[in-house]
Each structure stands twice: as structure tokens, then as C-alpha cells.
Design a protein around this ligand. Structure first.
Ligand SMILES: [Zn+2]
Length: 118
């Protein structure tokens, strides 16, 4: 069972940490429900780079310009979220990865999207 306070606290803390650099309306942080209650989904919406070369179709992760930007911003939001969570003295839930090495991973997903892609 997930502590309800921690579950709510995680989303609030991350939302607050990301609202300043990205703007409240561009940040979506949700806690899972039911069997996924300990999961946190973090979505941030950013502007597409001006010099994008995949604008007219194609996978932005495979575009040299967009892929670079998406990876950079994903690292950034991950770093900011972890700093805020640690500063609050809490942590993410963990799960056993299905990788055959018994690796434990945190129950959090970070996704960066372009505002114009939806
Ligand atoms: Zn592109």
C-alpha cells in the first residue's frame, strides 16, 4: 500500500519544482491509481526548436535537432524532480525491472512533448 500523503506530496512537489521554469499550464504531474498508485507520471510541454528539420512528419526523437532537445529537457526535468523530492525527504516507489538482473528502478516516468504535437 502506498501512503496517501506521500502519494499526493510527490505530485505537488514535482509540479511546483517544474512550474517555475516551464509554466504551470505546461506541466502535468499525476499519481497512478489502483495497482499503479505508487507511480508518478511527469509530462512537460515545450516549444519545438526553431531549426527543427522533422516538422512535416517523422519521429522527433530521430530528428537531430528535436531529439537532442527532448533528451536534454528530459534530463533536466528528471534532475529537478529528484532534487525537489530529496529536499522534501521523501522518495519514489520502486519496482523490480524485468531485465534479468534484479535491477530496482523508481516508479516515475518523465516525458517531454512539443506543444504543437497535440
Ligand atoms: Zn525536428
Amino acid at each position: 500500500m502506498v501512503n496517501e500523503n506521500v502519494r499526493v506530496q510527490r505530485t505537488k512537489i514535482i509540479r511546483k519544482a517544474l512550474a517555475k521554469p516551464y509554466g504551470t499550464k505546461n506541466v502535468s504531474v499525476t499519481a497512478g491509481k489502483g495497482t499503479a498508485a505508487s507511480w508518478v507520471d511527469v509530462h512537460v510541454f515545450i516549444d519545438r526548436p526553431e531549426d527543427c528539420i522533422c516538422r512535416n512528419g517523422g519521429d522527433p526523437w530521430r530528428c537531430d535537432v528535436c531529439g537532442c532537445k527532448l533528451r536534454e529537457e528530459t534530463d533536466h526535468i528528471r534532475r529537478m524532480a529528484y532534487l525537489a523530492i530529496r529536499a522534501a525527504g521523501i522518495s519514489f516507489g520502486q519496482y523490480l525491472m524485468d531485465d534479468g538482473y534484479n535491477t530496482m528502478s523508481d516508479q516515475v516516468l518523465f516525458r517531454v512533448h512539443f506543444k504543437d504535437s497535440k
